[in-house]
Design a protein around this ligand. Structure first.
Ligand SMILES: *[C@@H]1O[C@H](CO)[C@@H](O)[C@H](O)[C@H]1NC(C)=O
Ligand SMILES: [Zn+2]
Length: 250
């Protein structure tokens, strides 16, 4: 589909005309509301493998669809999932908070998505994308600390090598889990979501570096590049931690 879609209030309302799933059920993101949470003791800590390598190398490997020994993959989910892409949703100087998932209505500065496909069952991400057990996304909420620089979203920056493991919170055992969708067209309801409970804090400069590492950057409009929370459609949100249990100190 080469239909040109865009973010912002005007763009989003047209998604479902060309991509019917965008107007369907079990869409993402959602607001992670306390009354919908259900503790599930079977949710084991997420294990990441080969994340200690450089983002641009690993994601290029991943795009070839080969789930070899060197590929980044995660365990702790019902299948083995291999990483294929990472990208960030953020706001803009006009709307500085641009995370997609919100927690009890609180929107964070930005949100990192590491997209994986079920490499045990499917040969590549294209085949997996519209299957109900096809995709898994690790989502990290991001808080941004000022480092003195001006935050200009269209600034060209050099992309330094960075270690993807450092973009995940320390605690991989505390997370929200639910069945949802891609948050951009075609919005397939094929994503097993893991949203880590603890946000990471990075500098504005690091936000720009993340943006530069994206494979196919889409121009970010002034309103940001995030989708607003969708209907929960009677879904429950499983959590791996008990209410009242402390999050990480950092
Ligand atoms: C994905 O796999 C399918 C089936 O094996 C194949 O037909 C298709 O060309 C592959 N796509 C890419 C992008 O590798
Ligand atoms: Zn995303």
């Amino acid at each position: 589909a080469s239909f040109h879609w865009s973010w912002g209030p005007k763009g989003v309302q047209h998604w479902s005309k060309s991509y019917p799933f965008c107007g369907g059920v079990f869409q993402s993101p959602i607001d992670l509301q306390t009354p919908l949470l259900q503790y599930d003791p079977s949710l084991v800590p997420i294990e990441v493998h080969n994340y200690d390598l450089l983002a641009h190398e690993q994601l290029t490997l991943g795009n070839s669809g080969h789930a070899g020994e060197q590929s980044m993959y995660i365990l702790g989910l019902p299948n083995r999932y291999s990483a294929v892409e990472l990208h960030v949703h953020w706001g803009s100087p006009n709307t500085p908070a641009g995370s997609e998932h919100t927690i009890d209505g609180k929107r964070f500065a930005a949100e990192l998505h590491v997209v994986h496909f079920n490499s045990k069952k499917y040969s590549n991400v294209s085949v997996a994308a519209d299957k109900s057990d096809g995709l898994a996304v690790l989502a990290v909420l991001i808080e941004v600390r000022s480092d003195g620089g001006l935050f200009t979203i269209d600034q060209k920056v050099q992309v330094p090598a960075f270690n993807i493991r450092h973009l995940l919170p320390l605690r991989l055992d505390q997370y929200y889990r639910y069945d949802g969708s891609l948050t951009t067209p075609p919005c397939y309801p094929s994503v097993l979501w893991t949203v880590f409970r603890n946000p990471i804090t990075i500098s504005h400069t690091q936000v720009l570096c993340l943006q530069g590492a994206e494979r196919e950057p889409i121009p970010v409009p002034l309103d940001g590049n995030y989708r607003t929370p969708q209907s929960t459609d009677q879904r429950v949100i499983l959590v791996s931690f008990r209410e009242g249990e402390l999050g990480a100190a950092i």
